[in-house]
Design a protein around this ligand. Structure first.
Ligand code: A3P
Length: 309
């Protein structure tokens, strides 16, 4: 019965049965008709693929390495998430967060100075129309991570942020069945991969960031047409290290746990920057589950040239 327990309050949208909180329906029109700017940067990716890591990188590159503001303002105030109001029951939210009052959020986004760095976990088909029809050409960066590591990360996060009370095994089943928020995983990922011919999209991977962060930073800087010096690169690489980000309250979502408490989270702990590894799933998943993921990936990526392992 874990499915009905965890999924109460979710809706499935569109032909990929994209799973979203019921509140999404209040905001879908505002998101669809959102006025995009050519100098916006959109950062898209499935939850727990390292989106906050990339968000901090992009924000700093786009904002001339303004570390002062980056330290003072929490990441989601500097860089909004377009579906943010849809994630929560705002009537339950803590009252000291007035900027999140539903539709007002979209008016506030309209007023933010360029360059805006906007994050989204949504399926490509649910992004603002002006992006999809090409009438606006913001830069779009997509972060990819293996579904296994993403699933493990999401499991721990869901205990804290989404009141998930079931077992890890059951969570994996939900993930494979596309029944966690922003799933099905491959439908979400492939919805972007299918747009890779567009000149304004760049794909980066969690694995590459772990293996050679400076190289990814350089690629992103070139894509954003923002030159970066060697000194700036060294400083940003250090700033974006796991240890440094874990200590940084502006990016580790300590404050976010307050919302989780309001929403009746099962476990509330500060491990947004939890383990930060590639392949960590190998010590979490049973060999049988790993085989299930493999077969499921094969089935879902057959005929595409997308390989994440
Ligand atoms: P783990 O739970 O595997 O540790 P998102 O921001 O999309 O929710 O992704 C969160 C994941 O990115 C977490 O993965 C988190 O630890 C990882 N992450 C965030 N910052 C990181 C960094 N600087 N280095 C490595 N991993 C990072």
């Amino acid at each position: 019965d874990f499915v009905s327990d965890f999924r109460s309050g979710y809706v499935e949208i569109g032909e990929d049965n994209f799973c979203l909180p019921i509140y999404y329906e209040y905001y879908q029109e505002a998101i669809k008709t959102f006025k995009v700017r050519n100098d916006d940067v959109f950062l898209c990716g499935h939850p727990k693929t390292g989106t906050t890591w990339v968000q901090e990188m992009i924000w700093l590159i786009a904002n001339n390495f303004d570390y002062d503001t980056a330290a003072k303002k929490i990441i989601y105030e500097r860089s909004p998430q377009i579906e943010f109001p849809a994630l929560f029951d705002i009537t339950k939210l803590c009252k000291d967060l007035p900027y999140m009052q539903g539709l007002r959020y979209y008016h506030i986004l309209e007023g933010i100075k360029s360059p805006r760095v906007i994050k989204s976990h949504l399926h490509w088909s649910l992004l603002p129309e002006e992006i999809r029809n090409g009438s606006k050409q913001p830069k779009i960066i997509v972060i990819l991570r293996t579904p296994e590591d993403t699933c493990v990360s999401l499991y721990y996060y869901s205990q804290s942020a989404e009141a998930y009370k079931g077992s890890f095994q059951d969570f994996c089943k939900l993930f494979l069945a596309g029944r966690v928020c922003f799933g099905p995983f491959w439908k979400q990922v492939l919805s972007y991969w299918n747009e890779r011919h567009r000149s304004n999209i760049l794909f980066i991977t969690y694995k590459d960031m772990k293996n050679d962060l400076p190289a990814v930073i350089k690629t992103v800087a070139i894509f954003l047409e923002k030159p970066i010096t060697e000194d700036q690169l060294t400083k940003l690489t250090e700033h974006l290290s796991f240890e440094s980000m874990k200590k940084n309250p502006a990016v580790n979502y300590e404050v976010g746990l307050e919302y989780a408490k309001c929403d009746g989270a099962a476990t509330v702990r500060n491990d947004f920057l939890r383990s930060g590894k590639v392949g960590g799933y190998k010590s979490e998943m049973s060999p049988e589950m790993i085989e299930k993921f493999k077969a499921w990936t094969k089935e879902n990526t057959e005929g595409t040239d997308l390989v994440l392992h």
